[in-house]
Design a protein. Sequence first.
Length: 368
Amino acid sequence: MSKVSTNVVPISWDDSKGEILWLDNSKIPWKEVSVSSKSLARLIKAIQALEIRGAPILGEAGAYGTAMIANNSPNSKERILKNVMEHGARLAAARPTAVNLSWGVLQIQNVVKNEYKRGASPAEIKKTAIEAAKRIQRENIEATYKIGEHGKKLIHDGDVFVTICNAGTLACDGLGTSTAPMRAAYSDGIKFKVLATYTAPLYQGARLTAWEMHKDGIPVQVITDNMAGHLMREEKATAVWAGADRILGNSTKESGTVYNKIGTFGLAMMARELGIKTYVAAPTSTIDPEHSVKEIKIEQRQPEEVETLLNGTTVVPKGVGVLNPAFDRTPPGYVSAIVTELGIAKAPYNASIPKLLSLPGSMAKLSK
Ligand code: MRU
């Protein structure tokens, strides 16, 4: 495996204080601020304010948050179980689109239920829940390295990539998801460059992806979202690389549908028009084998994010309405390949994704 690494630790568990520690994404690139708390309300606020964000990190936050609920509970098995189920449901609902948040909560709820059933003591239940959350983080990190190894096969000298939002370490831990193949290829000496789209209205592409790529020494230039079509053609882009917040993985023709940051569908359509690829990278924990398009809720965020620039300048005339969907849906026909830790899936996704999920090590199966 390539020697690629990152120094950023987006989230961790502080054993001595029983607290979750996270790097506040909303302050980057201006400040690197770590925040810690043992309060569930504070954790939910951090998730909703995008201090903690990105699907795989939300999975870790869901797992650590649920372990924290157990740890904060009185030393009664019944109370631990009740709190983990009830407050865990509140945590899982903090953001609706990324499947990983509810997945992470569910993993720890299942651990607690099993511990309860086997007659473990309150102290044992708490300890096992925390250990399970740490294991989930380790597995997430390992998955990013494997995504890097599989995905770098799609990268060649001279490639020009367009990215959206941030599916890097800050969002996914380890090497990130869509950034992992790039990091692995870069470390193998392959020469390519990245055009990171702004990703208005919160600029995760400019603030976070460009910050990560630049730190690593990977050639990156930031472009505004509306420059994408023109620059993809003029700069001879070879692929769009996106992460995912949820990928449908049922056995119908919806399989391979990608929910990702608003703008992904537009980029995928432009890519197809220009004859270039759209690659999506995500761990199998982002694959949702259970739901269909009509059941997925796209998060609508506050109008202020569109009305006002990050510096506080209002750009929308008073009284004019705005729309602010945080994610969009890209149909499978626009997706050239999905890179996971278990390998690369290609169309037809209603065959390739269920096949991936049946492999040993699939994280999607853990929800069952
Ligand atoms: O709203 P955010 O910042 O939590 O959005 C998540 C994302 O960064 C993306 O949609 C990303 O591409 C997938 S999550 C790795």
